[in-house]
Ligand binder design. Sequence first.
Ligand SMILES: *Cc1c(COP(=O)(O)O)cnc(C)c1O
Length: 460
Amino acid sequence: MQPRSFCEILLEGLATDGGLAMPDSYPRLTLANLARLRTLNYRDLAFEILSRFIDDIPAVDLKRLIDNTYTAKVFGSDDITPLKTLEPGLHLLRLSNGPTMAFKDVAMQLLGNLFEYVLAASKRELNILGATSGDTGSAAEYAMRGKRGVRVFMLSPHNKMSRFQSAQMYSLTDPNIFNIAITGVFDDCQDIVKAVSNDEAFKTRYHIGTVNSINWARVSAQIVYYFKGYFAATKSDTEQVSFAVPSGNFGNILAGHVARMMGLPIKHLILATNENNVLDEFFRSGRYRPRGSAEVQQTSSPSMDISKASNFERFIFDLVGRDAAKLRELWRAVDSGGEFTLAGTPLLDKMRTFGFISGTSTHADRVATLRAIHKKYGVMIDTHTADGIKVGLENRECDVPLICLETALPVKFGDVIKQALNVEPDYPESCRGIEQLPQRVDVMAPDVVAVKQYIEARCY
Ligand SMILES: *Cc1c(COP(=O)(O)O)cnc(C)c1O
């Protein structure tokens, strides 16, 4: 396949059916490179890392886009992703101080600015159509609000999100943001997005795109905080650390894998799943058996309730030595609803060299963990972060610092936190009273034709 530029991939990554773009090779950092990166603030670090992947935006423009994205105003502090030390050798990397209080803001905020820039340069416009059960939709809306050339049409299941999540999305009044509450479940929303995207003529005519988690630009923006966390937790560039990552679509931890391939001294990438433990099963046994959507359990860490992890194929591509034919062979079975296993093949041993360890966390585990962390350190965490910490602590090694990624603030999942701790979660200043604000949302039946008409009427 022809190599393509970063901006082409940025816009193509919008296609729901698009292949998974990857850089030709990973840039390798020397010890001298690491020593220099260690001295940089988040913005300069982001520029250094991202300019190794972004080949077609002039450096001055990229620097400006990054500087405008990662500000104390948007992320609460100049650290952007501050490291909180719970005890010596145990840290929490706080990724959820962006506008929607989940780690997805870190990449999505940059994406919003990149889109605006690329669309203006090519005189194009874009209508983002998405389905959300909570975090992705709000992160996308807060990243795209007020951006020239972009409209967002976000479908959400009527009355199925947490009160806080609904308020976050529906209280937006920007004229380029459209909230559509579908009287159905998340899968109905997803089906409408698929049906609209499969209508090529409509899609082309109305410049329809999506911002799903396979967008390579999102993965690349997430690489930065692995470096930031590493430097904050260590004193020299020869020390190793491990990261614990609560995983759903494998996007967050894939960025950790890339950081490790670039030469960041990561010993283990500790992957945590909830009861939907397809990935834990794979990393333990080599067997990859994605579930049907009917088999997906609804849990108290809902952003990790997935049937198959859309970014996982990128890791397998590296595992098979970037042999596209081998990858296609494995995915032929997966795409037809089947499975594959690496057990009994040399690939199983090779897999162990990539540093992954995994584990599963259940509802009882996450409740026990968030209680224990609150009691021992006085720190309130959310249910997803609790899954990561639970599996991280199980695999902690005494001489290797453990950095647990915080993926959301507890306020987003207030009911579970309140049940577990018997106290209301802390409310960040920026979202006090959000549930009382007027809401703007159109309620619609799960009807593809009606949704298309809705979009038509608003694109001129
Ligand atoms: C999206 C999300 C996850 C899962 O991240 P992936 O990149 O899909 O693995 C975990 N926790 C929270 C709070 C999320 O919003």
